[in-house]
Write a protein that binds this ligand. Sequence first.
Ligand code: AOF
Ligand code: ZN
Length: 362
Amino acid sequence: MTGPLTPADAMRLALAASSRVHGTTSPNPPVGCVVLDAHGHVAGTGATAPPGGPHAEVVALAEAGDRAHGGTAVVTLEPCAHHGRTPPCTDALRAAGIAAVHLAVADPNPVAAGGADVLRTAGVTVTAGTLAAEVVTGPLRAWLHAQRTGRPHVTWKFAATLDGRSAAADGTSRWITGPGARARVHALRAVSDAVVVGTGTAIADDPALTARDDTGRPLPHQPLRVVAGRRDVVAGSHLDAPDVLHVRTHDPDEVLAALRDRGVVDVLLEGGPRLAGAFLAAGRVDRVLAHVAPALLGAGTAALGDAGVGTIEDILRLQVAHVELVGGDVLIDAVPDSTVVTATPPRTAALSGRTPDAGGGS
Ligand code: AOF
Ligand code: ZN
């Protein structure tokens, strides 16, 4: 047996537990919970089940059994205080005799929030903010964004050469980056709710948009596959399938509203240049993942089309969150300056926002 865990150590385990259900809980958040016994040893670990199933705390408490009595629950999101599809987690924590709770972030959902106060009133010691910086950029990121803005979170992922090309002059593009970068993309698809491409990319590249392992076998969790744009996809192509959602517009807010209506929280935008440009121009890209290959093409298709930038003053700057070498390619993880959160916008403004003329199908 190892010694007692600190709340931060336990939060790291809770975060890891939440990573294991990332992509399977929407529209609910992927939450992780660790229950420590009265001596600080792990008694139970849990994560949110798919919608309608138990919340993370209930899963962890069930594993802990009697050992939860007098113990501590460490959870990535404030325990809910509401009767939703399941009873309040605050009730479950109290019934189990939990003495202390450490939470990373408050629940922004007004219906479920208030759990910390409910627990304090019941005599439980509550500490908020444990490892909050890690948790808000982890699996809860997209859900927290959706709660704040009313829109799904959008990650624009692209692969390009050093000179910013995503295809050669003749249109060929397989492959610009190496197998390591491609494996990352499949792992990313597996934790996303939806993968979106424009009709231009669907027609030019015939992508499958499924999440596969390195032998080509499908990963357990598959995202909703989405094509955006007015044109029809090619009959018999990968995306000419009954489970593919075809949204007949390039307007980012129309695409996102259609996805939100289907419970989508976390969107992976995979191109092409025109659709990505429309999303960036509208301020609807929340994260950029650029796989940059140390290679040059010169002529060829740029990774990004018109993004509403006509003069240097309007350049879209990003803040780099992380840089990594993946195989022989450089992965840059960045956030557009325009979407760096400075304040909580009113919920009513959520779906209006900036509405530049990003329409027009392809
Ligand atoms: C928790 N632990 O693991 C999760 C929570 O419809 P329901 O009953 O499943 O409730 C969904 C809401 O509960 C969700 O919007 C969020 O506010 C909270 N999710 N809370 O205590 C969990 N997944
Ligand atoms: Zn709950």
